[in-house]
Design a protein around this ligand. Structure first.
Ligand SMILES: [Ca+2]
Length: 231
């Protein structure tokens, strides 16, 4: 019976891949605007590592990127808002301008990611921040809430997301939930061997929920195999 279930799962998996491929082949994409737009307003030195997030509730999207335009010589995180037409969001030139996300500019802030919320019009900017979460001078994952309704101002300061701060926590990404956000990142030396993937849930008021858990792919596969064996 277990063998039958396993074969059925394999057939279903192959069928799902074939179906997905067929659906994709039927899609067509068109560049509707016809001209690319510049998102970063400063061209001093390097601007790269960009990410985008949409906030349906506010009909805006934010673009985040790294830049070493400050004299510090290290990377920092910048954000700029756009409306649904792709125009810079805000009533004044100052409001439409790009804004520095990280308050502490010492050391390196990089790997930005932006997530639009489902519960309100806010957006969450994520980034890896060096030298602030632990005396070992490692990286930590930080977030900061952007408020489109207030012309791109921030809701409070940047906040630390990872609970374990020893060694590096890097590559943050996230998704919107009905009551907040889920953030994932890669942490070294925490799961016993190399990097592991961890997640933390953030509620709308910024309070952490104790849902941090290992999402390591190898562990997921192992759990699936064990489940099959126990049936
Ligand atoms: Ca750290």
């Amino acid at each position: 019976m277990r063998v039958v279930k396993l074969v059925f799962c394999i057939i279903l998996f192959i069928f799902s891949i074939a179906s997905t491929a067929a659906d994709i082949s039927q899609c067509s994409f068109t560049v509707t605007d016809g001209s690319e737009e510049r998102c970063s307003t400063t061209n001093t030195r390097l601007q790269d590592s960009c990410s985008i997030g949409m906030s349906p509730a506010s009909s805006t999207y934010c673009v985040v990127w790294t830049s070493d335009q400050l004299s510090s010589g290290n990377l920092d995180i910048y954000v700029r808002l756009f409306d649904s037409s792709g125009d810079p969001y805000g009533g004044t030139t100052s409001q439409q301008a790009e804004k520095l996300v990280n308050e502490v500019t010492a050391n390196t802030q990089f790997q930005p990611s932006c997530v639009g919320s489902l519960h309100d019009g806010t957006m969450l900017v994520l980034y890896a921040n060096q030298g602030q979460d632990n005396p070992d001078f490692s990286y930590g994952v930080y977030g900061r809430i952007v408020l489109p309704y207030q012309q791109g101002s921030f809701q409070g300061s940047s906040f630390l997301i990872n609970t374990r701060t020893q060694y590096d926590q890097l590559y943050p990404a996230g998704c919107a939930l009905s009551d907040g956000y889920m953030v994932i990142w890669s942490s070294i030396g925490q799961d016993g061997q190399g990097y592991g993937i961890y997640a933390q849930r953030i509620t709308v008021n910024g309070a952490m929920m104790l849902l941090s858990r290992v999402l390591d792919l190898a562990d997921c596969v192992q759990e699936t195999l064990l489940e099959l064996k126990h049936r």
